[in-house]
Design a binder for this molecule. Structure first.
Ligand code: SF4
Ligand code: SF4
Length: 434
């Protein structure tokens, strides 16, 4: 395997002046600073364990990719603006105000070199939520007009239109075409349904068989479910870009559509960050409890399996590796569900050296897949993961996140890698007992 190198070219999202950017960032950071954030920042003992956990640091051995150092400017702002000694820092100008140049440098650290995978938070002996601090940093960057253009533009477009980019045909039409092409009924815009479903845009466009597979399984289980033509896309670019307002608007589209049909459950498809945004962050953003359960599709299917409603055939004994998507497994806690489904099918699972909560990221999460300029760094970080997959000796390679599949597909092409990432739900759909 080899990696290319490319110089980092920053792309800013907004037309603000340098001063306006700094003010925007400071306002946002000041809003987010609380006792918990302060405690997190001040308790670091500089042990370096977070560096050893982060694939970007491991791949480059560049100190700037040490997770806690990514929030260093944040620390400076905290000490100057909100810490216990802030008045003294200000009075004697001990901590100078952050500069726009620092914020600009920070963009690469906040976005290009962080998948928000949470592995650094997991290993920190002081319990510092490093990944959450980086997420807060992204919000400051968005407010400063320094979120990467690709993410900020898509977030804004999605908040307005329901999908992140202009499309040749409406998603409802695309969904209907997927149903016809795969000979599966996909219910759309039912007035009432027990379960509300959405689909990853990346699957709709690049891997429609995964969308059809989910519909096939739900049909087989006789679930009363529906998609809604105004809320088909599962992704939430507001989450990636660091805009809480846009994230909220995008989440509300799904929440309102699910409420309208009276859904008791929203099944999030194979999309890791959509799961985080809806299951763990949406209620907080909209300021009220959601009137339905949120389940990742593997979680939902494992429940059906446990209830005896889902019955599966045995697959061949092909050695199989499974990639645990960070947002679903480490951050979402859905560790057992995919393994229960694989066990029920007799999948010959070969675990990677780091799996379940300790799994390394695919390299594409947190919006990194969308950043063309981040590719060289991403490929470096991905090599580690590809080696772990290869070391299992598996030929079949499964995962349960469409974004991860996109990242592995890209790596497959770049490295001439010999594995084809496959959807776990597709394997389930192909092996339902008739
Ligand atoms: S692992 Fe925790 S304590 Fe150690 S350097 Fe990283 S943030 Fe600091
Ligand atoms: S969240 Fe993941 S990618 Fe980001 S700094 Fe931590 S370990 Fe690295």
């Amino acid at each position: 395997m080899s990696t290319a190198t490319q110089s980092f070219t920053r792309q800013d999202a907004g037309p603000q002046s340098a001063d306006e950017r700094v003010e925007g960032a400071m306002r946002s950071f000041a809003k987010e600073f609380g006792a918990l954030v302060g405690m997190n920042i001040e308790s670091c003992i500089h042990c370096g364990m977070c560096a050893e956990a982060c694939h970007f640091y491991i791949a480059t051995e560049d100190a700037k990719y040490t997770p806690i150092l990514k929030v260093e400017p944040f620390k400076k702002i905290f000490r100057r603006e909100s810490g216990a000694f802030a008045p003294f820092f200000k009075l004697f100008n001990l901590k100078s105000k952050i500069t726009v140049e620092e914020l600009e440098e920070w963009q690469e650290l906040m976005f290009d070199s962080c998948n928000q995978c949470g592995r650094c938070s997991l290993v920190c002996p002081m319990g510092i939520e490093v990944a959450d601090l980086i997420e807060i940093g992204r919000r400051g960057m968005y407010d400063a007009g320094l979120a990467p253009k690709e993410l900020a533009d898509r977030a804004r477009y999605q908040a307005e239109h329901g999908h992140p980019e202009e499309v040749d045909k409406p998603y409802a039409e695309l969904l209907s075409e997927i149903g016809n092409a795969h000979d599966v009924e996909i219910p759309l815009d039912k007035a009432k349904a027990d379960v509300f479903v959405c689909a990853p845009r990346s699957d709709m466009i690049s891997n429609p068989s995964a969308v059809a597979a989910m519909a096939k399984v739900l049909n087989k289980l006789k679930v009363n479910y529906t998609f809604a033509s105004n809320a088909i896309v599962a992704e939430n670019y507001g989450h990636y870009a660091g805009s809480r307002e846009l994230q909220k608007t995008i989440s509300l589209r799904i929440i309102d559509a699910a409420k309208k049909v009276g859904a008791k459950t929203v099944v999030v498809p194979e999309c890791g960050h959509a799961y985080t945004a809806l299951r763990w962050q949406a209620a907080d953003l909209v300021g009220e409890a959601l009137p339905f359960k949120v389940r990742h599709v593997t979680e939902f299917l494992a429940e059906q399996l446990a209830d005896g409603k889902l019955k599966l055939n045995q697959v061949d004994d092909e050695a199989t590796a499974f990639h645990d998507p960070c947002k679903i497994v480490r951050k979402g806690g859905v560790m057992d569900a995919p393994r229960e489904l694989m066990k029920a099918m007799g999948v010959n699972l070969k675990e990677m050296a780091n799996h379940q909560g300790y799994s390394f990221c695919c390299g594409g999460g947190g919006g990194v897949n969308d950043l063309e300029r981040a590719k060289p760094l991403r490929y470096k970080a991905q090599e580690l993961k590809l080696h772990e997959i290869d070391a299992t000796g598996a030929r079949r390679f499964l995962t349960s996140c469409s974004d991860c599949r996109v990242a592995f597909e890209d790596a497959r092409e770049f490295f001439n890698w010999d594995k084809q990432p496959e959807s776990l739900v597709e394997l389930v759909a192909a092996n339902i007992k008739e």
